[in-house]
Design a protein around this ligand. Structure first.
Ligand code: UN1
Length: 499
């Protein structure tokens, strides 16, 4: 594939010459990596048409056979892991170990989803009538739209496409315009695995033309979207108007609660990874640290010392802890939040500036930043999606949980404690789709459900795990009457002998 990439429709890469093009750049260096076509409404139509054309055959392909293709994708991704991981790092800016992790998560999920092809369990349920069988089976909804963000440019497309494909749904995929090269390499692996033409389609371009075009297209029967709340609300509304299924994962304001009995070193290892891994650009990032007042001073001292030691730099280089943020927009947004903190009178404890000159000269590098914040301040409430951690003080367990829950999001959460009672209470008390005990808010594994509550996940869908299929299937209930006569439920109720 050249760096002048194209669209993938009906099993072929196409590069329409008359399309406007956009560039994708390396956020560490400003270097242009590739150009892509701005997809049009016609491109979306062509992709949906291809997907519709492929649906009948794909849904009737036995699920274990579909699974074999998914396993083949996993194998190809393994072979290409280093190249794709470097592309992730160059296009998005996360450090190479995390770029590899991104691809590994895709491999893991395709392996998991392949196995789902041999499970896809339904239920068998007793009938109230004799000689009658009752069961449930999953049905694929039809062609589906997948709209993905830039922060996990391989893993998130893999979660969505792996689930849709094993379920029997052809896909029309629109990647983020910041990371289309990662998406193209991922789709190239699907292409190499040999899916029937039309089962996989990718259209790059703007949210307003391609994204909206996919959601609103009558041929698209479900949409899965990961991104910000505002866009998510718009997708939700459009999907509701069309009465289709929609899966939403819209970010977080995830908290770690540090109880007074927490192991300080373990806590700090988790906080640093959770807050500054991927430069804080994860939906699951630890963006609040809520500390029991008895631990507060010790935690803050250690936090500042560790934050100041982080090595920010070239994400391809060994030994770098944190790379740049992903784009000029990201840089602007994060710096604006740092300003908000200053203006609202939050106490800046570490960082707080853009890094300039030398290796930083052409990139979007921001110092890892820590503020001490009160619960109602914007830095304690709003998703920043960058390397900015807000520290809050809590009186006791109840106060910590109240602070943790007092945000509109509900994705991930964590408590550090050695007291079983706090751990088990937190599992019940924290309003979030995920709770960790003695581990940070990031690092979800693919064989478990992933998603949130409140404004993070208003449709209550879960990606990954055994729940992944729910986004793309509906349940059919089947009754098989083999009695040879008309039996009427509720009317002819069969009686027990002697009844
Ligand atoms: C995201 O940021 O949207 O749990 C996904 C984690 C990763 C996935 C994050 N496995 O941090």
């Amino acid at each position: 594939m050249t760096q002048e990439a194209g669209l993938y429709i009906g099993g072929k890469w196409t590069n329409p010459r008359d399309r406007k093009r956009f560039e994708t750049t390396n956020p560490a260096t400003g270097q242009v990596l590739a150009t892509f076509p701005m997809g049009t409404a016609e491109d979306v139509n062509a992709a949906v048409k291809a997907a519709k054309g492929a649906f009948e055959k794909w849904r009737k392909t036995p699920a274990p056979r579909r699974g074999e293709l998914l396993l083949e994708v996993a194998r190809i991704l393994k072979e290409r892991k280093e190249d794709i991981a470097r592309t992730v790092t160059m296009e998005m800016g996360k450090i190479l170990a995390e770029g590899r992790g991104d691809v590994q998560e895709a491999i893991d999920f395709f392996q998991y989803a392949a196995g789902e092809g041999r499970r896809m369990f339904g239920e068998t349920v007793p009938s109230e009538l004799p000689n009658k069988a009752c069961l449930t089976i999953r049905m694929p909804v039809g062609p589906v739209g997948l709209i993905t963000p830039w922060n996990f440019p391989v893993a998130i497309p893999a979660w969505k496409s792996g689930a849709a494909l094993i379920a029997g749904c052809p896909i029309v995929f629109k990647p983020s315009s910041l990371t289309p090269l990662c998406a193209a390499k991922f789709v190239d692996a699907l292409d190499a695995a040999g899916f029937p033409p039309g089962v996989v389609n990718m259209v790059t371009g703007s949210g307003s033309v391609v994204g909206d075009g996919i959601v609103q297209h009558p041929g698209i029967r479900a949409v899965s979207f990961t991104g910000g709340v505002d866009t998510g609300r718009h997708v939700y509304e459009s999907a509701a108007r069309k009465m289709i299924k929609v899966g939403l994962e819209l970010g977080g304001k995830n908290a770690i609660i540090a109880m007074d009995d927490a192991d300080l070193d373990l806590l700090m290892d988790g906080v640093m990874f959770g807050a500054f891994g991927t430069a804080g650009q994860r939906c699951t990032a630890t963006s609040r640290l809520i500390v029991h007042q008895k631990m507060y001073d010790a935690v803050v001292d250690e936090l500042v010392a560790r934050t100041e030691k982080l090595r920010v730099g070239d994400p391809l280089e060994d030994g770098t802890d944190m790379g740049p943020v992903a784009s000029p927009d990201q840089e602007r947004k994060v710096l604006e939040y740092i300003e908000v903190g200053r203006k609202e009178g939050d106490t800046l404890l570490a960082g707080g500036a853009k890094l300039k000159g030398g290796v930083y000269g052409k990139g979007h590098f921001i110092q890892p930043t820590v503020f001490a914040v009160d619960p109602r301040k914007r830095l304690a409430q709003e998703e920043i999606f960058g390397p900015v951690l807000s520290v809050l003080r809590a009186k006791d367990y109840e106060d910590a949980v109240a602070i943790a829950n007092d945000v509109k999001y509900g994705l991930s959460s964590s408590i550090y404690t050695n007291d079983l009672r706090w751990a088990f209470r937190a599992m019940q008390d924290l309003e979030a789709g995920i709770t960790y005990v003695n581990a940070p808010t990031i690092g979800a594994e693919v064989q478990l459900p992933f998603g949130g509550t409140k404004e993070t996940g208003p449709t209550d869908t879960r990606e990954a795990g055994s729940t992944a299929l729910d986004e793309f299937t509906y349940w059919k209930t089947v009754y098989v009457d083999y009695s040879g006569r008309l039996q009427r439920a509720q009317i002819d109720t069969a009686r027990l002998a002697g009844g």
